[in-house]
Design a protein around this ligand. Structure first.
Ligand SMILES: [Zn+2]
Length: 273
């Protein structure tokens, strides 16, 4: 085993120690790992390069395989300055903390790094960082194999239900494509879903949903969630749920049931309560 490794990484979490050293949780293509940056021991660099959400290339040293890696070189590839804006910061935390929670026991795969990096860039630059965070949060759940089942792609209601599958009024081409690609359907009857059965991880229509336990999303909220799960993410960001409070409460309930408490999500769900 080589003692030195070089990897691209995102800084998901940083914990300063009383000694001045900093323990970092990093996300690389091979998964999540932890390393320590010793105060005053990074040649040509400083700990500011290892700020939260930074995109870095690091060289790390391990004496033995099970040792905590010690960082010996850091190159900053991108500091996402937009993420320090107060309107973006809480949403960057949602994505970083959710990713951290999802990778506790499992290796989620190489795509995760690319998706999280793209989500952070979006949160830092988009004029609606909240929409970006919601879409990417559902999508990283999908990458971890934990997203709700949103029904078969391109499915139309098997029976003509109360809910029209196509919204009234003029439909732009993109919205029509959205409708056929990502309309979420009830797992019981195939009608357009409006609810999320949190514990079952399934979408339900009004007739088959549990009106006490399921989270009501509305048609637009359910559609946005389905787009986020199935992609394309760009379309999900462009079709955010209208009721953001409800969307955060749904995400919080779902994450708590299927992953763990994620403080940044809970904070937003409470704030909007
Ligand atoms: Zn149904």
């Amino acid at each position: 085993m080589p003692r030195y490794t070089v990897s691209d990484a995102l800084v998901l979490r940083r914990s300063p120690l009383p000694s001045g050293d900093v323990v970092l949780t990093l996300l690389s293509e091979h998964g999540k790992w932890r390393a320590v940056a010793r105060k005053g021991r990074l040649p040509g660099g400083n700990l500011a390069r290892l700020s939260l959400f930074h995109d870095v290339t690091v060289q790390a040293y391990r004496r033995r395989d099970d040792d905590l890696a010690v960082l010996t070189q850091v190159r900053l590839n991108g500091a996402l300055s937009g993420l320090t804006r107060p309107e973006a910061y809480p949403y960057a935390h949602v994505l970083a903390e959710l990713t951290d929670a999802l990778t506790v026991d499992t290796h989620v795969g190489e795509r995760l790094l690319a998706v999280v990096a793209s989500g952070l860039r979006g949160i830092g630059s988009h004029d609606d960082p909240e929409a970006v965070a919601l879409a990417y949060a559902w999508h990283v759940l999908e990458l971890a194999g934990l997203a709700p089942q949103v029904g078969a792609a391109a499915a139309r209601p098997a029976t003509v239900g109360d809910s029209p599958a196509v919204p009234a009024g003029p439909v732009p081409a993109s919205a029509e494509a959205t409708d056929t690609v990502a309309a979420p359907v009830c797992d019981r009857c195939g009608a357009l879903a409006t609810r999320l059965a949190v514990d079952a991880g399934r979408m339900r229509c009004d007739d088959h949903g549990d009106h006490v336990r399921d989270v009501w999303l509305g048609e637009d909220g359910a559609r946005s969630l389905a787009l986020a799960v199935r992609g394309p993410l760009r379309a999900a960001v462009l079709a955010p749920p209208e009721d953001r409070k409800r969307a955060w409460r749904a995400l919080q309930a779902y994450v708590r049931e299927h992953v763990s408490e994620v403080r940044a999500v809970t904070a937003l769900a409470r704030e909007s309560a």
